[in-house]
Ligand binder design. Structure first.
Ligand code: IMP
Ligand code: MG
Length: 174
């Protein structure tokens, strides 16, 4: 059955905002390289769009962690599905996420990555649902959009693995 999806943030608005955030990151990292860690699978569209717009030297790596089952609620259980290929020692790391909800995934990820000796770790997210935060210690350095507590899809975000390819952010009308 087809789900009904209402557009929350249109494509042009998402792209415009990503350009602004990319400009800020390029300014903040001037004279340095940035090592982007794309959190799969949801972060992949945002990572590509962001990386294309950065003017500082960029390297990329990918990690997959799982905190959700097939539904829409966090299980609180996080595991590494795919680890990074490259070491982080002395790198300026920027984690790129699709959305921060409870913050459990990121709290876990940041704890692990810190033990690998990066020079710095910052966090960049396309979407943030601040009302939903359980892990208050998770500090987000770059946010494109703060959104209300609604289940969203598109631009990498899925509902049961569907709708990641939508070029806008939409709300599934359950
Ligand atoms: P957290 O650990 O609760 O912060 O959850 C983070 C992960 O949950 C995200 O990386 C997404 O994969 C997923 N998630 C949270 N909210 C949504 C949503 O509204 N739509 C799709 N996925 C979501
Ligand atoms: Mg994610």
């Amino acid at each position: 059955m087809e789900d009904k999806i209402r557009i929350l943030i249109p494509e042009e608005e998402v792209n415009k905002k990503i350009s602004e955030v990319a400009a800020q990151i390029s300014e903040d990292y001037a004279g340095r390289s940035v090592h982007l860690i794309c959190v799969l699978k949801g972060g992949v569209f945002f990572t590509c769009e962001l990386a294309k717009r950065l003017t500082v030297p960029v390297s990329l790596d990918f990690m997959s962690v799982s905190s959700y089952g097939g539904g829409t609620e966090s299980s609180g259980v996080v595991r590494i599905v795919k680890d990074l290929d490259e070491p982080l020692l002395d790198k300026d790391v920027l984690i790129v996420e699709d959305i921060i909800d409870s913050g459990r995934t990121l709290a876990y990820l940041i704890d692990i990555l810190r033990t690998r000796g990066p020079k710095s770790i910052r966090l960049c997210t396309l979407l943030d649902k601040p009302e939903r935060r359980v892990k208050k210690q998770v500090k987000v350095d770059y946010t494109c959009f703060s959104i209300p507590d609604e289940f969203v899809v598109g631009y990498g975000l899925d509902y049961d693995q569907k709708y990641r390819n939508l070029p806008y952010i939409g709300v599934v009308e359950f």
